[in-house]
Design a protein around this ligand. Sequence first.
Ligand code: GLN
Length: 436
Amino acid sequence: AYDLVSELIEKIEKSRLNAYVTVTKEEALKKAEEYDRGRRDGRLAGIPVAIKDNISTEGIRTTCGSRMLENYIPPYDAHVVERLKQEGAIIIGKTNMDEFGMGTTTETSYFGVVRNPHDLKRVAGGSSGGSAAAIAGDETVLSLGTDTGGSIRCPSSFTGVYGLKPTYGLVSRFGLIAYANSLEQIGPMAASIDDLGFLLEIIAGRDDRDSTNSGREFSYRPVSKRFRVGVVEEMQANPEVQQVFEEFVERLRKIADVETVSLPSLKYALPAYYVIAMSEASSNLARYDGVRYGYALENLDSWNRYFSRVRAEGFGAEVKRRIMMGSYALSAGYYGKYYLKALKVRTLVINDFRRAFEKFDVLISPTMPSTAFKIGELTDPVTMYKADVNTTPINLAGLPALSMPVRELDGLPVGLQVIGNHFEENTILGFAKQVE
Ligand code: GLN
């Protein structure tokens, strides 16, 4: 373990990927030494795991990719971190991410963009860009990401790794620094399906400190059968990616029952997602006032000036945009027009998926409408938001979905999205194994 961990750390220190915000060198090497001396309790004993930097780690800086939390050291562990430690995992570091998870390219991070191991001029996706690049670039064995509207699946797709967003309520959010509570889940990222299922088994399960936790445990037992597969008509990609996807569907017809399925409400899902996500964000981010948490200034002259300066300096542009838009959508007079309407769309989306799962075991689509963007390519926010068109409906409905690499296109990975019904993680993992 010592050799493995020191090799990884050496690689990270020389790396150009910028996948890590913090490397926990001493602690990781110490744990590895203990393992080598024979302390091998737990199902993850001796295995290095990287953790997204919005998941609280006791005594280890947790920044959320923001200047606001640049020096924040949590006094407790998130539920998932407790579980990893109980199983003997070696926490190797905290991974880079879009500021507070708000982005699709990791370009909004205060700590700089994460580069794609397949092409250093391209992004690794976001917001869990660091967790994905660390796997793809062999800078960890396993990692944890979080997915509010695609943040595990997008970077998995762009870097060619496996990433799973669990059913809402399967994995406790205790200790996850909130962006949009009703949408997000912590999930596993790995280089194989078995690793993904195994890591999910460890982090899932009952935790009474998260009131939305389902109390269910998960044991990894991938389903094997002839699958009924729905190809979602509304989830499309650019012509090149679409062609790769359609070739995959053609091959799939030999081993599964494949049909096209239409979910008409999906055309409203993306705007509904952004209204809900921004509304929840505007409320969650009100706590960063420079007194209770994070970035603080000297010279408290007037409270109002202090509060605005802390937030002006501590937050980046994308975060400010979302706080303003979210506050707008929730304000009296606009609430019914935007927020309430978005909630109604959410119900329609849930109903469309419910109908589809009466007929199909899994639904599939391209994860992202394109391969990885060039760094700096997305210059306006709306173009960036549109990249989330196939991933955000899943979070509105609270469903589990994974992204797996299918093929490369000009040297860049293309991801397949596999969606399952609530708590059907073993179905989507089983399907993924069959088509791998
Ligand atoms: N790109 C989406 C957003 O910015 C999803 C982010 C996420 O899942 N954290 O909201």
